[in-house]
Design a protein around this ligand. Sequence first.
Ligand SMILES: [Ca+2]
Ligand SMILES: [Ca+2]
Ligand SMILES: [Ca+2]
Ligand SMILES: [Ca+2]
Length: 154
Amino acid sequence: MANGQTISSIVAWGYNDYGQTNVPVPNSGFVAVAGGGYHSLAVHSDGDADGDGIPDSLDLCLNTIPGSPVDADGCPPMIPFDFLRDGDVDARDLMVFDFCSTGPATFGPPAGCAQATFDILDRDQDGDVDQDDFGVFQRCYSGENHPADPACAG
Ligand SMILES: [Ca+2]
Ligand SMILES: [Ca+2]
Ligand SMILES: [Ca+2]
Ligand SMILES: [Ca+2]
């Protein structure tokens, strides 16, 4: 097989007493295959851009920070204020807070801020995004590339 060529799919047959012929899904994108009496091997063309162990084709969160736990979809835990869903609460998430903050007793999202985002930011659910809500944001702030605590909002 030429370099860079991919196999569209793999079939398997024969004895299956140890599951050797159970081809895992997704059955595509392999670049090399090999087999032995008790095992089968295939090399996948997929990369893992964020290095969390979940290949790009299955990873729903492609920018996970190093060291963050991930689920089967390659996504970090749901963390309050982690709008980029990369596992930290950092300056980029703060930009969202800034953008949607209203100050005290100014109710409803400012122009361009989605209601759903505003509702997440309004921790005390009093209709504004102000200093009280920012206090919770500060407790969740982990800094760039540091995994944040999913229970930070307490
Ligand atoms: Ca990944
Ligand atoms: Ca990921
Ligand atoms: Ca983040
Ligand atoms: Ca509030």
